[in-house]
Ligand binder design. Structure first.
Ligand code: IYR
Length: 222
């Protein structure tokens, strides 16, 4: 057992109520500009931007601070093609056989199908892995806690960081995704969580006309 060590909280900043409201409002407006994009440009993005966003994602709270995530950043054209081929094979099965009609109906407003050209066009694919358990150097397994909550929060911060930096993303979830372990050479304790497509939008990019729920729909104050 490791005893806790505490240090003073020096990073906290207090704002006036007006400043707080202005900041919260500015952030809300900024996030309302975020759209999931499926039409990507092949324009290059400097790697340092991705590195900064990954460092932001790594600040996420996690169960027992075990940080049960791993991000594989793929820019290699041959690997992206391999991922496209594998993902499209799964997606074909999904759209033509596996998906129940109810699911296809729910997806209809998004206009998605089994074609995933963006997996080759976008400059980066970030494969996000959730470590179901940790492995010590002597091979012993260590339990991780609240893995999907932790990785989900880290992914949310990553998406927010990339949007704030001026890029667009697509949260892509081919199912099943175990081909990502093989292609990314990740060990058995890591489960693919999702594949984030990252880059600039194509010049003629379009997005589906969607609305978000109202505050009254998503929140209750007691
Ligand atoms: N994985 C498929 C289907 C899909 C499922 C959901 I839920 C979405 O929000 C979007 C797509 C695909 O990527 O096309």
């Amino acid at each position: 057992m490791t005893a806790p060590t505490f240090t003073p909280l020096t990073s906290f900043r207090e704002y006036s109520t007006e400043e707080m409201l202005a900041r919260a409002c500015a952030f809300r407006v900024e996030m309302q500009r975020r759209r999931t994009v499926r039409h990507f440009s092949s324009r290059a993005v400097p790697r340092e931007i991705i590195e900064e966003c990954l460092l932001a994602a790594g600040t996420a709270p996690s169960g027992a601070n075990l940080q049960p995530w791993h991000f594989v950043v793929i820019s290699d054209a041959a690997l992206k093609s391999e991922i496209r081929v594998a993902a499209e094979a799964e997606e074909y099965e999904f759209y033509h056989h596996r998906a129940p009609q109810e699911w296809l109906d729910a997806l209809a407003p998004l206009g998605t199908n089994e074609d995933k050209p963006f997996l080759e066009t976008a400059p980066y694919l970030i494969a996000i892995f959730a470590q179901s358990y940790g492995v010590l150097s002597d091979g012993r397994k260590v339990k991780n806690y609240y893995v999907s909550e932790s990785v989900g929060i880290a992914t949310g911060i990553l998406i927010t960081a990339l949007h704030t930096a001026g890029l667009v993303t697509l949260t892509h979830t081919p199912s099943p995704m175990s081909f990502l372990n093989r292609i990314c050479e990740r060990p058995a304790n890591e489960k693919p969580f999702l594949l984030l497509v990252v880059g600039y939008p194509a010049d003629d990019a379009e997005v589906p006309a969607l609305t978000k729920k109202t505050l009254a729909d998503i929140a209750t104050f007691l």
